[in-house]
Design a binder for this molecule. Sequence first.
Ligand SMILES: *[C@@H]1O[C@H](CO)[C@@H](O)[C@H](O)[C@H]1NC(C)=O
Length: 295
Amino acid sequence: MRTTAVLLIGICGLLAKAFVGQSDSWGRLPSRSVAPAALWDQFLPKDPVDVPLNASALSNRLQDVIFTVMKKGLPQVDIDLPAGLILGVEGEEPDELEPRALQAKAGDSDKAKAAKKEREVRGDRELAGAFVQFFYEFKNSVNLCVLFRNPGLANLARTAWGDFGKARVVGFPSSKSVQDSADVAKLLRNRPWVLAVAPRARQLRQLQELSEMPDVKMQLILANARVRCRKQGEDLRRDVATASNPVLHVSFMSKDALVFKSIDTPWVMVRRDGTEIWRGDEEPSREVLLDVLKR
Ligand SMILES: *[C@@H]1O[C@H](CO)[C@@H](O)[C@H](O)[C@H]1NC(C)=O
């Protein structure tokens, strides 16, 4: 089993530096009754948006965002990073921030398909691992449940992370077993913070149902749930997106176009050199963004 020290290499060092002196406020969970997102968004700056253009800048931004999410206790947030991005959480050097063609194509060999899948899973795990480290550092892991799409992915994560404090790392029960929101609720028992890692549509629906139950106290964090900037008319993801706060979104619309949104910023699309080519206060659909790129 790996030691904590190994796990904590990487972004956590930076994190500890950034938040030294603030850890005393982590003795209890933040209250749920915090101003809703709409309130922050009224104060959108007109200034240029500081978009992270490399993986280390993105890691730093992610740490700020996780910190804010924990501190404010926002009831439901979502974070999307580019598929397959390695942040350095498991001890490797961070990657280039670049688009990776991870969608399986018709002509792909089985080996190529498996490699793409594995890379995507790895990227999802890196994002989840950043949260796990953060909760560990702030001695809050006992309140965290990390929920993967299936038990197999949860096992992989447990092995890769080695020591993850008292976080519960589990997978959705397989779709074959009888399953409804109550089964999921059992998994999440006594864990107010729920990090759902790349959930499937059906699983998103269950989480959404659960979070709307009056007696369920859940701070739901959707990691790489991909509910943003979709084609128009995808209803379930649309509903989830409406209920959730996009605290960090980074995705590639083309090799040279990056879509970005964070707390206190508008939605923007920039070139890889940082030149802004589009901005809006509302989340754009995929069609809108592609239209901008055609101009
Ligand atoms: C990453 O981007 C930041 C600005 O966002 C810059 O200050 C830093 O030097 C860049 N790092 C590398 C390794 O290019």
